[in-house]
Design a protein around this ligand. Structure first.
Ligand code: BEZ
Length: 236
């Protein structure tokens, strides 16, 4: 890829670009194979590298947690299928890290030697590397719409608790028609849509809408307890 080449990157609110790919779990058609489910499509720079290994062990260990929230994981790197297979076998057979061992990566890992998918999704950033994808994370909803995109550089391992928090926040927003404030976690107060008229703003400031706590007319929260959120989202 030429330096400074600009690729059109998919954006939040747009349909996830389609592709068919070979993976460690067989061929997938994306995103149609995941209709009705959330998917986290993420890239990593390369197989047999330490940060990526720590990430895969962590994600694989948390996979059930994501699956229970109706979310599937799909990985990608600019490596071939046999490299992927060999790396995942090494992780299972040899690597012990932070109490994790014998870790089997059961989610699909896409081979993308041609960089076709990586380029479609804006995972190649030439300023960082011409040959390795950066650590991109795409949250795609059950209708195939991109809902969140997060990028990390090669040297920085992702925080998987944060990725899980993002997934729950997106689903909470959809299920309850609310927004989630800074650092929100299930059980914390949520933000309701702003007053759409002067009358409503006045009502809110006068405390006429029950159950709201208003810092000002444009900033009102309400309680949403943890059980209500988790009962709606987590299917075991
Ligand atoms: C790693 O996963 O360890 C890594 C990959 C590419 C560049 C730097 C670190």
């Amino acid at each position: 890829m030429e330096e400074n080449q600009i690729n059109v990157m998919p954006r939040i609110g747009e349909k996830a670009p389609e592709f068919t790919a070979v993976t460690t779990q067989g061929e997938i058609k994306f995103p149609s194979d995941y209709k009705g489910k959330w998917v986290i499509l993420f890239s990593h720079p390369a197989d047999f590298t330490p940060v990526c290994t720590s990430e895969f062990m962590t994600f694989a260990t948390m996979e059930k947690q994501f699956n229970d929230a109706n979310c599937r994981l799909v990985g990608l790197s600019v490596d071939g299928l046999y490299s992927h297979i060999a790396w995942l076998r090494t992780i299972k057979e040899k690597i012990e890290y932070k109490g994790m061992k014998d870790v089997e990566v059961k989610f699909p890992l896409i081979e993308d030697i041609t960089m076709e998918v990586a380029q479609k999704y804006g995972m190649m950033m030439p300023g960082e590397s011409n040959t390795k994808a950066v650590r991109a994370v795409f949250f795609i909803d059950p209708k195939g719409i991109i809902r969140t995109i997060i990028y990390y550089p090669l040297s920085l391992g992702r925080n998987f608790d944060e990725l899980y928090r993002v997934l729950l926040a997106l689903q909470t927003s959809d299920e309850f028609g609310v927004a989630t404030p800074a650092d929100w976690r299930p059980g914390d107060d949520v933000i309701i849509s702003p007053a759409g008229s002067c009358g409503k703003a006045q009502d809110r400031m006068e405390g006429k809408e029950e159950g709201l706590e208003c810092k000002d007319w444009f900033f009102c929260t309400k309680k949403l307890d943890k059980e209500t959120v988790l009962n709606k989202i987590i299917k075991k």
